[in-house]
Design a binder for this molecule. Sequence first.
Ligand SMILES: [Zn+2]
Ligand SMILES: [Zn+2]
Length: 399
Amino acid sequence: MEMTVHLCHSRGRMAPDTSTRKPPINWPTVLFIAATTLAALLWPLYAWFAGVTTGQIVFAIAYYLATGLGITVGYHRLIAHQTFKAHPVAEAVLVVLGGAAWQGSALEWTLDHIQHHLHVDTDADPYNRRRGFWYAHIGWLIRRETLDHRRRIPPFLRNDRVVMLQHRYYVPLSVVTSLLIPFLLEGWGGLLLVGAVRIVALHHTTWFINSWAHTGTKRPYNPEVSAADNWLLALVAFGEGWHNYHHAFPSDYRNGVGALAWDPSKWLIWSLSKIGAAHDLKRMNPAVVWQRRVEATLAYRGPQRTRENLVDATRRALEKLARRSEARLAALSAATAGPRAAGAADLAELRRRISERADEWRRSRDRRALARARRIEDLIEQLTLYRDLLTRISSASAC
Ligand SMILES: [Zn+2]
Ligand SMILES: [Zn+2]
């Protein structure tokens, strides 16, 4: 008989009528959280008497980063949302690292997370923020359904050998990687710091995504859900703090969509793609993102003040983008003897001149000029879209 200890993620789901029946207490999870928390609290005392080595500190920080990225890149963006494809070796490494964070197997984690996205802010959401901050943070882990989730494993998980193998050997693998190795390499101090302190810190970092990232008012892409963008959380949680964008576009491999938005998880995925360990990275088209953002803002029927703030923030962001596109267009069009694009008529004239000269560049095989022409056409398209959206959003703010 297969026996699996489920830590941190449930097998089942709360039925919508939770008022009628309380799920049982999940003792393995409760005892694990209590034991690791106690051990983490004892570490300073241990360090005071026994000392702490540089090796232990470096090991703990490196392991914190590696296992945290195992969760965000491996469990979350690769397995749960399939935002990119990975070489099986890279997938196995990411998933084993994720397991060392003790948040359940990738399979269990994903089954919960799918329900979270499908039923966010309802009783069918395992970490429903509407039931309170602490419920979404840790309370949901305490009482768990024990339904047999194997009946509802979707094919994309069932057919993933790495996921199914990790699920089968999750406990021994995680004991070895997160407890035994630190103990063998760094003794009791290593076990307490790399095992307990690192696990507890990582638990709360992840749980903050369910609690803190569902608290706040920065909800530019979908104001109807509790998921909010939070730069501070993005900073500590490997880029996962851009949670409103993530709930609006969960199939995008990025959570921080701006080029400079802090998102180490997206940088790691991009880097993996450069060495051939990842491919098929999914990105939302900026035109779709901005169209959706403006539509969501205009459709928002919540408090007037929130609506005004949303309209204002969206307008300012679009103005900034339009200014940036104008500057790039001016710089590029200067080299083509076209008009310095400003108004819609100038853009049409610039587009006409570019297409007129494209044949000439094609004949002379002037690749640089052709690439520049393509870039100009893209910029004209973007700028036209931003201006259209600005007109729509400005007329809404005038109402
Ligand atoms: Zn969420
Ligand atoms: Zn997600």
